[in-house]
Design a protein around this ligand. Structure first.
Ligand code: PFF
Length: 491
């Protein structure tokens, strides 16, 4: 059954940039980048990350846009049109992006609760307890996640121009205004500039093999590489939209936002916090000490929520386009099916942090499994395969024509992009991938490092975050814990 609905598209160049930047800029920039940076030695990590963005991320983004723009098809048909028998590569991307949606929607839901709770000033004094109580509860996080998924669904069913483009044109400017206000504000904070210098000063002693994997994984994740999201947006670019220029704008905006998010978070002096807590526990705590701090915190979580929404619509759209174009469904029906998948996966992911946390695979709950499997296995793999496809499988003349004629790559730059895609990306990503997997497996088998300190503590509440990754800790039998004193008060 053929679908008779007209294929959608973006109205112009600005819309193309805003939508694609919306996909790129997300939780990856504001929630993930700062904590991965602080875990990996700050400035040293940022340098490696920037190299990955420039030499791996940018050419791959150009490649993905080109495949979409050249074929004007959904991810599966796009690869199969260029080379028969390669539709599976699109399918792999769509499966991965569906898995990502599973946990991404849960965190997106948290941003809603945090925006409301901050505005209402109802978080209370114990930020760690609020986070743990909320995220491990049964219904509350689910309800917020469902609300977020419904908002996402409403945008997708409104169409490419009426939904995605319109939403991006409203959300992205708001996002930038909030981001800039927060950055300016955070630089006024006492010790803000000093904290920043500390974080951005490279500490190469913290660089290990895993640092490279983290940097590369982060570069791919933040640019939405290999998942079909950028491919489908490329397929909606109006004729005459320059692919290389759009990709450079997207990469620049994305990097700027990640760095600004790091500035905001680190100038608050919270570099000692790590993992998921960085944004959700440390930020409200820092803001709480400021005049009108709860409103600034609400603004911060609104920023996180908007960024998440503009990313989730691109994930949803990639999969919806498959059901519409390949399965002949109406947009409404296709979107409903994707929303249903998202609801089911997100429900299991959310419950896996609380009620179902005892069900684990290799020590990981379902939430961590979705995150780690997609970030460590699927993202690099899709990066390698996309580079191989565009660099080796796509007919040389056709690829060159797409890039240089329509794509806006000048004849002098073209060989460099081709070289990066043919040799640098596949080789480098493969090496980092193999070492990264090996060090990840090793980390699963190595017990956590425990330092002991003798201290007299009247009462300590211990919040163990990311419990799934710490299956080596036997909570019942903890005798001593290491306390890092981050702040002291004078009495
Ligand atoms: N790039 C988004 C972020 O940084 O949060 C995440 C993302 C969006 C990944 C779209 C994959 C995707 F298809």
């Amino acid at each position: 059954m053929a679908n008779t609905e007209k294929r959608g598209g973006f109205g112009g160049k600005v819309a193309a940039i805003l939508a694609a930047a919306g996909s790129a800029i997300g939780l990856g920039n504001i929630w993930r980048f700062p904590y991965i940076t602080s875990e990996n030695g700050g400035g040293a990590f940022i340098l490696i990350y920037l190299v990955c963005i420039l030499f791996l991320g940018l050419p791959l983004l150009i490649a993905e846009f080109s495949v979409g723009h050249n074929t004007k098809k959904n991810p599966i048909d796009a690869f199969a049109t260029i080379k028969k028998g390669w539709g599976w590569l699109g399918a792999m991307g769509l499966i991965s992006v569906t898995l990502i949606m599973g946990y991404y929607f849960v965190i997106s839901g948290w941003t809603l609760n945090y925006t409301i709770a901050s505005a209402a000033n109802s978080i209370g004094g114990d930020f760690g307890a609020f986070f743990t109580d909320f995220t491990t509860a049964t219904w509350k996080p689910l309800i917020y996640t469902y609300l977020f998924i419904i908002a996402n669904h409403a945008i997708i069913t409104s169409g490419v121009q009426g939904g995605i483009e319109k939403a991006s044109k409203i959300m992205m400017p708001v996002l930038f205004v909030i981001l800039i206000s927060l950055a300016v504000y955070s630089l006024w904070l006492p010790d803000g500039r000093e904290a920043l210098v500390n974080v951005f000063t490279p500490d190469f002693s913290k660089v290990t093999g895993k640092t490279f994997l983290d940097a590369m994984g982060q570069a791919f994740f933040t640019l939405s590489i290999g998942m079909g999201a950028m491919l489908i947006y490329g397929s909606y670019f109006k004729d005459g939209t320059k692919i290389a220029g759009t990709a450079i704008s997207v990469v620049s905006l994305d990097t700027l936002v990640a760095l600004m998010a790091a500035v905001i978070i680190f100038s608050a002096g919270v570099e000692n916090e790590s993992g998921m807590q960085l944004a959700f526990v440390a930020m409200p705590k820092v803001f709480s000490a400021m005049p009108f701090g709860n409103l600034w915190a609400a603004l911060f979580f609104l920023l996180l929520g908007l960024a998440a929404l503009s990313s989730t619509i691109s994930m949803h759209e990639a999969v919806t386009s498959y059901f519409v174009e390949k399965r002949g469904m109406s947009r409404k029906h296709g979107a409903r099916l994707v929303t249903l998948f998202a609801l089911i996966l997100a429900t299991v992911a959310s419950l896996s942090l609380g009620d179902w946390s005892e069900y684990t695979v290799a020590g990981m709950n379902f939430f961590a499994l979705l995150d780690n499997f997609t970030a460590i296995v699927m993202l690099p793999l899709l990066g390698i395969l996309t580079a191989v496809f565009v660099g080796w499988v796509w007919k040389k003349q056709d690829m060159k024509a797409e890039l240089t004629a329509e794509g806006g790559v000048d004849k002098a730059t073209y060989p460099a992009i081709r070289f990066l895609l043919r040799y640098v990306c596949p080789v480098l990503v493969s090496v980092v991938f193999v070492f990264g997997i090996a060090s990840f497996i090793k980390s699963l088998n190595t017990p956590a490092e425990v330092e002991t300190v003798e201290a007299e503590t009247p009462e300590v509440t211990l919040h163990i975050m990311g419990g799934s990754e710490r299956e080596d800790i036997d909570i019942e039998n903890i005798e001593r814990v290491k306390l890092t004193v981050v702040e002291t008060n004078n009495n």
